[in-house]
Design a protein around this ligand. Structure first.
Ligand code: NAP
Ligand code: MG
Length: 501
């Protein structure tokens, strides 16, 4: 006689489903758990220049919309070259006295900014999710706390710049032009501003067109912190505004995070000038699973690696390399896990995958996924109901992928994972490095010696071992090859904002 437990397991096997799927995926429908805090977003925003809200000369504005429901949230000023020039002039005026301000005093401003951001963390998290579509649990638990952590960390350095490099000290470069993308809007702003200010530079920064709101709300924090006018200037607009920020003659350095395509344009346009440059560009990271890894833990790491922030992550583990002996098992566990992901309203606290940031990004993801199907890769998507309004895409798994497929080579920047297999360590290294990019990689194995070998041989700026997507302000981040150059975070990041004397 089979025991009741054995009977239940047999039934589950015959239905082709595993226990967790029955419990979470099919039987549990969570009630909505919407976040309700007021994001305090104004209906219109001007430019933040010289410590004041300033109308754009053209008086033109553009809309910022909520990608979860396509509704307009705010109208934002469109900065042209004249506005960018005003911002640089203000930064230039502020720079001398900011550079002379003792490090201990600059640190106080940075600490104040960090604490003010912590005070308003919930409001900023809601604004970030509303404007960009990322799940509230991510903006609440990752983006905003991490942004504050960057200001705290760099506040700590501001009066210790003589200890960054042995026998030398750091002097500011002057005015820095910065352009950032839409995937981690406030966090990217923090990565850029905190080291620049700690080392005595002044800044003109442009957020991405689809996600300017938290940068503009951040201007309120700068005012509340009493930061001297002109030290940080925020100009909003699209690519043309970005070009004007990069091209301005007063910029001693430009720091850009965005696509490799625009990064290349910037390099070409700055060739022959003496501007310093940091470029943080795209990626196509390998997440490598060896047969001796803890596979359930690895599956969590794979899911986090590609579905965090809808896959809009430059260091996303978008190429899964699995050792052949465990490939079938890992893929089956992965399918089960993917079926449990909740896709939908980003403002719901249970949502795992929110909205795709913009219609143009959704179109790009669809185009690349269609190419995967056309080139013969096998597509898997769970059956989940997507909201009728807004930009959404199902978590997607491609198996049967070869290295020549576009989905294995091109950055998709969406919730799409391509699975390849390998047999030996050398094959894993060769396949992982077979890309124009080199931003990050993940290694899952029980053997410490193998981790060290892989970390030494993988051509990637960050190599995670038995984890993925872990960040810390003290840990430098940046790329190899077409993923860019320069580092953000840690001592190395400070060196990129200073002259050593
Ligand atoms: P993008 O199109 O290159 O845009 C990045 C920023 O540059 C935006 O603010 C954009 O403005 C602006 N821009 C566009 N054209 C420009 C030009 N000709 N000159 C100067 N600025 C210009 O990239 P994205 O689509 O926003 O972001 C996704 C990309 O960023 C991905 O490739 C991702 O891998 C990369 N990324 C890298 C890192 C890293 O640390 N390595 C981090 C995050 C993202 P508008 O968007 O307002 O038009
Ligand atoms: Mg928006």
């Amino acid at each position: 006689m089979p025991t009741p437990k054995a009977k239940k397991q047999k039934n589950m096997r015959s239905s082709g489903r595993t226990a967790p799927e029955l419990i979470f995926g099919n039987l549990w429908n969570f009630d909505p758990a919407p976040e309700t805090a007021d994001p305090k977003v104004k209906a219109t925003y001007d430019l933040f220049i010289d410590g004041k809200w300033t109308q754009a000369k053209s008086k033109k504005r553009f809309d910022s919309i909520n990608p979860a429901n396509e509704k307009k949230i705010a109208e934002i000023a469109l900065a042209g070259p004249l506005d960018v020039n005003l911002a640089y002039l203000a930064a230039g005026r502020a720079q001398k006295s900011w550079a002379r301000t003792p490090g201990k005093e600059r640190a106080k401003y940075l600490y104040r900014i960090a604490r003010l951001l912590q005070d308003r963390a919930r409001e900023f998290a809601v604004a970030e999710t509303l404007d960009g579509g990322k799940p509230i649990k991510e903006s609440r638990d990752f983006d905003i706390p991490m942004a504050a952590a960057h200001f705290f960390y760099h506040a700590g350095w501001a009066d210790k710049l003589q200890y960054v490099a042995a026998g030398k000290t750091l002097e500011p470069l002057g005015v820095v032009g910065q352009v950032i993308p839409w995937n981690f809007p406030l966090l990217m702003l923090a990565w850029k501003l905190a080291p620049a200010l700690a080392t005595g530079n002044c800044v003109v920064i442009k957020p991405a067109e689809t996600t300017s709101i938290t940068a503009l709300k951040f201007a309120e924090i700068l005012q509340d912190a009493g930061l001297p006018p002109g030290v940080v200037n925020i100009v909003t607009g699209a690519g043309e505004t970005g070009s004007a920020v990069i091209a301005h003659s007063l910029a001693a350095k430009v720091a850009f995070t965005g696509s490799t395509e625009v990064g290349k344009k910037i390099m070409r346009s700055l060739a022959g000038t003496d501007k310093k440059m940091t470029l943080e560009l795209g990626g196509k990271a390998a997440n490598i699973i060896f047969e001796d890894a803890s596979l359930d833990q690895a599956v969590e790491g794979i899911v986090n690696g590609i579905f965090f922030n809808q896959g809009h992550v430059c260091c996303a583990g978008s190429r899964l390399l699995v050792q052949e002996s465990v490939a079938e098992l890992v893929i089956s566990k992965l399918r089960t896990r993917i079926r449990m992901l909740k896709v939908g309203d980003p403002m719901d606290k249970n949502t795992d995958i929110g909205a795709i940031n913009s219609l143009s990004q959704l179109t790009k993801i669809k185009r690349l996924v269609a190419s995967g199907i056309k080139e013969g890769a096998k597509l898997y998507q769970p059956e989940c109901v997507l909201p009728k309004q807004g930009y959404y895409f199902r978590p997607t798994l491609f198996t049967g992928v070869t290295q020549s497929h576009r989905v294995a080579r091109e950055e998709i920047f969406g919730p799409v994972l391509s699975v390849l297999t390998f047999r030996t360590v050398d094959e894993a290294i060769e396949k992982a490095n077979n890309t124009v990019y080199g931003l990050s990689a993940g290694v899952w194995t029980d053997k410490g010696a193998r981790i060290l070998k892989m970390a030494a041989e993988l051509k990637a700026g960050v190599v995670w071992a038995n984890t993925f997507n872990k960040f810390d302000p003290s840990s430098p981040f940046g790329g190899y090859k077409e993923s860019g150059f320069g580092r953000e975070g840690g001592r190395q990041g400070l060196l990129d904002y200073a002259n050593l004397v």
